[in-house]
Design a protein around this ligand. Structure first.
Ligand code: SF4
Length: 421
C-alpha cells in the first residue's frame, strides 16, 4: 500500500499488534501495550490501531468495551479488515495487497502456517476457543507461499500448525501431511523441510515413513507429552496414556534411527503431586530429549480446567519443578553435545550473532562457526550450507571449524546415515 515499516511505534501511522494468548502472561503483556497505546491516541484521530491474532476470538464485545480506541479487531490470518481500514484512513487502495503477505526479505529459515485452530480441546488450553476448529489451507496455497519464499532466499521451511499432523483431514479428496511433504519437496532450491507441533495420536505411520524417505525432510520430531502420569494425562484430556506415548516414541526411533526428538511438558497442572511430577521426570530420563519446552501451568480463563479444576499447585512448587527439569536437561544436553565434538556435518548458515557466523544442523542445533584462516576459504554466507567439524560444546550450542564450503548430498539412500544432530 506504500507504507514504510518503522521500529518507532510512537510515530507510526498504523500500528498492528499481533497477539499470542497461549499463556496468560502473553495476553497480559498485549493488554499492557494496548493500554499504553490508548493513552497515546487521545486527540490523534489519524493514527490507526489494529489488533490481530489469538487474542481476537469470535466474540469481541468485551474487547471493544475495554479498548474503544482500537480501530480493527482481526482474527488470525484475517488481513482484509486491516488493509481496508488503513486504506480508508489514508486514502489508499488496498486492492491486490494481499499477494505480498510473504516478507520481501524473509529469514533463511522461515515458517508457513498450514493448518489453523485445533479440535483437541485439552483441558488447560485456550487455543481451540480462540482459533476455532482445525482448518487446513489448500496444498496449492502452501506450495505457492513456499515457492515465493524460496525465490526470496529461504532454504529451510517449517510447516506450522497447532496440530500439524492432522493436516488435510478436512480437505477432499483427502490429503495428509505426508502428501504435503512430497509436494513441497518438489520445490527446487528448498533444502530443508520441518514441521511442528505434533500430537502423539495423529502422528501416523505414513508421516513417520515420509520423514525417513524424503531427503529434504529433517529427521526431527517435536512430540509433546505434557505429563508422565496417566491420571494427569486424563485430567488434561490428552487422549493417550504414557505407555502409548512411549510406544509412539519407540515406533519413531525404530523407523528413523537418527531422529532428533524434542518435547513440551507442563509442570504443576491442577492436582499434580510430587509423585506424579516424578513420573514426568522418568519420561525425561528414559527418552533423553534433545530439547524440552517446559511451562509452569498457568490458569487460563475460559478453559475447561478453569471451570472444573483447582489451580492448587503453588507458584513456588511449580517453579521448583521447572528448575528441576531445566537442570536435568542441562546435564543431558551437555553430555550429548560433548559427544559431537570431533564429528562433521552440514550447517545451514542463517546469519551473524555477536559478531560470529551461525547456523543450524538438520536437528536444529545452534552452531557457531569460527572465521576460516585468512585466504583458506571464504566466510560462509546466509543461505549457504557448509560442512563443519565440531570443536567445542555447551548445553545450548556448538562451536565449529569450517571443513568445506559445500554440503553433503543427502539422498533417500544415505539419509539414515546423516549424523544424529
Ligand atoms: S493439541 Fe495443542 S493446541 Fe490443541 S488443545 Fe491440545 S494443547 Fe491446545
Amino acid at each position: 500500500m506504500g507504507f514504510d515499516s518503522t521500529d518507532d511505534m510512537a510515530n507510526a501511522d498504523v500500528v498492528v499488534l499481533n497477539t499470542c494468548v497461549v499463556r496468560q502472561s502473553a495476553e497480559d503483556s498485549a493488554t499492557g501495550v494496548l493500554g499504553r497505546l490508548g493513552k497515546r491516541t487521545k486527540g490523534n484521530d489519524d493514527r490507526m490501531i489494529a489488533v490481530m491474532g489469538c487474542m481476537v476470538g469470535p466474540e469481541q464485545t468485551e474487547l471493544k468495551r475495554r479498548f474503544p480506541y482500537v480501530d480493527v479487531w482481526a482474527r488470525p490470518q484475517e488481513f482484509e479488515p486491516i488493509l481496508e481500514t488503513a486504506g480508508m484512513k489514508h486514502g489508499l487502495d488496498p486492492e491486490g495487497c494481499l499477494a505480498g503477505a510473504i516478507p520481501e526479505n524473509p529469514n533463511v529459515a522461515s515458517f508457513i502456517p498450514i493448518v489453523h485452530g485445533c479440535d483437541k480441546f485439552c483441558t488447560f488450553c485456550i487455543i481451540p476457543y480462540r482459533r476455532g476448529r482445525e482448518t487446513s489451507r489448500s496444498a496449492a496455497d502452501i506450495v505457492h507461499d513456499a515457492e515465493m519464499m524460496v525465490d526470496r532466499g529461504v532454504k529451510d521451511i517449517t510447516l506450522l500448525g497447532q496440530n500439524v499432523d492432522s493436516y488435510g483431514h478436512d480437505i477432499r479428496p483427502r490429503i495428509d501431511l505426508a502428501d504435503l511433504f512430497e509436494k513441497v519437496h518438489e520445490i527446487d532450491g528448498l533444502e530443508r523441510i520441518r514441521f511442528m507441533t505434533s500430537h502423539p495420536n495423529d502422528m501416523s505411520l505414513r508421516i513417520i515413513e515420509a520423514i525417513r524417505d524424503l531427503p529434504k525432510v529433517c529427521e526431527m520430531v517435536n512430540l509433546p507429552f505434557q505429563a508422565g502420569d496417566d491420571t494427569m494425562l486424563a485430567n488434561m484430556r490428552r487422549g493417550y496414556t504414557i505407555g502409548q506415548f512411549h510406544d509412539k516414541i519407540a515406533q519413531i526411533k525404530d523407523i528413523i534411527p537418527n531422529v532428533t526428538l524434542t518435547t513440551d511438558l507442563i509442570v504443576g497442572f491442577s492436582g499434580e503431586t510430587d509423585e506424579q511430577f516424578e513420573r514426568s521426570m522418568d519420561v525425561l530420563r528414559s527418552v533423553e530429549f534433545s530439547k524440552v519446552h517446559t511451562s509452569e501451568y498457568s490458569y487460563r480463563e475460559g478453559t475447561f480446567a478453569s471451570r472444573k479444576m483447582n489451580d492448587d499447585v503453588t507458584r513456588a512448587v511449580k517453579k521448583s519443578r521447572k528448575v528441576a527439569v531445566d537442570e536435568f536437561q542441562q546435564v543431558v544436553q551437555a553430555k550429548n553435545n560433548a559427544l559431537l565434538v570431533g564429528t562433521q556435518f552440514d550447517v545451514l548458515i542463517e546469519g551473524r550473532k555477536r559478531g560470529r557466523v551461525h547456523g543450524r544442523s538438520r536437528g536444529d542445533k545452534l552452531i557457531y562457526i569460527n572465521a576460516p584462516a585468512e585466504g583458506s576459504m571464504p566466510e560462509p554466507q546466509p543461505g549457504q550450507t557448509v560442512q563443519v567439524e565440531i570443536t567445542d560444546s555447551s548445553p545450548w550450542s556448538l562451536e565449529s571449524e569450517l571443513v568445506s564450503s559445500s554440503s553433503l548430498a543427502i539422498t533417500t539412500a544415505n539419509k539414515e546415515k546423516v549424523p544424529v544432530v
